[in-house]
Design a protein around this ligand. Sequence first.
Ligand code: PDD
Length: 282
Amino acid sequence: QWIYLNGSYVQKENAMISVYDHGFLYGDGIFEGIRIYNGNIFKCKEHLDRLYDSAKSIMLDIPLAYEEMKSVLIETVRKNELRDGYIRLVVSRGPGDLGLDPRRSPKANVVIIVEQLAIYPEEAYLNGLKTVSVSTRRNIPDALNPKIKSLNYLNNILVKIQANLAGVGEAIMLNSQGFVAEGSSDNIFIIKRGIVFTPPCYCGALEGITRAAIIEICQKIGIPCKEEPFTLHDVYVADEVFFTGTAAEVIAVREVDARTIGEGKAGPITTRLLKEFRAVVE
Ligand code: PDD
């Protein structure tokens, strides 16, 4: 397995960076999770756009120009000979001293890992996941903007821990105002009376690329889809609920906080959207 590390391709065992890296010391950096379907990098432009936007926002100089990064991504995928897989692209502030001043970390670290993906079993897509809401709150734009896909994932880790304790795979995070934001690493959608809803990004949702793909598919096939704030109550009484993400794709939810959603399995619109999504990627 070849890993791209600052201009070189190295084996997994040799892929190492300094303990002074500010990604490690402070979570100072950004990342992307990207899928490879049939040897193609899915939504490459969208992921690179989000990466460079995140970098600009936190004043992180990515040492590769956009087109160079694209070539390096393609080359890393090619070298690993994977037709289907997952890419983790990480850019951290790079090594500095123990102070947090980014001016003392002039050289960012760039790492690209390509792997096989352990996704949910197919059964989960048919039967849906059980999920719970958790007490961890998503920061909304008064603090770190959720549009920045940063290495600060402690909120999300805390959600994951709460999900683990509840024995579920994904959980629902609210923002500090009590509106639904997203999952630990997925966006959330609900469907009520044929209308699809997802929280606007200002509610604390990452501007997910799968989320955008689903909104686009809805428009294409004529299912109304709205970005609107909603509460847990709306989730409980929804006809269908699903999560979207690069890793998860479109995964139905059958239970939220012990309330059965719809028929307790993937509903018709979710099933249709998954089918349409898979038709796009395959
Ligand atoms: N997830 N929200 C959060 C907090 C995320 O980390 C992710 C991505 C998403 C979904 O965004 P997208 O559709 O662009 O992947 C939402 C991980 C890293 C992944 O699925 O790869």
